[in-house]
Ligand binder design. Structure first.
Ligand code: FES
Length: 128
């Protein structure tokens, strides 16, 4: 994962990076002034999360992209949702990349940003 600085906003959206700078399991961290955002490629598109964990402000997007384990009623754990979760490196809390929803505490949610693909470029809507 590599950090870059982004260009100035254009028509309500802000250029973030080139499509080929993000790959599945390898998010791109982009700085917009003092704000850091992680851009993730998923099976069906892209998602972006503020790089601040809502638990204790760790750098959420720098944790591993992974799946999660679901406990069943048969004393077993089933690994699922591979590639849909980012695990904060500070305390290991898991967040859905698409929604920002915290799997540990449903009162917490990481801030998300819409991602737009235009040719070879990825843009973010930062104003929401
Ligand atoms: S700061 Fe992210 S899990 Fe604690």
């Amino acid at each position: 994962m590599t950090a870059t600085a982004a260009a100035a906003p254009v028509r309500g959206r802000t250029f973030a990076c080139k499509v080929d700078e993000v790959s599945i399991g390898q998010p791109r961290i982009v700085a917009f002034g003092r704000i850091s955002i992680g851009i993730f490629q998923l099976d069906d598109g892209y998602a972006a999360l503020l790089n601040i964990c809502p638990h204790r402000a760790g750098r959420l997007c720098e944790g591993p992209v992974c799946g999660t384990t679901r406990q069943t009623d048969r004393a077993e754990f089933v690994y699922e949702r591979a590639g849909e979760i980012v695990r904060c490196a500070w305390h290991g809390w898991e967040f859905e990349i698409r929604s920002g929803k915290c799997l540990v505490d449903d009162r917490l949610k990481a801030k998300t940003f819409p991602v737009e693909v235009a040719g070879d470029d990825l843009y973010l809507e930062l104003g929401r």
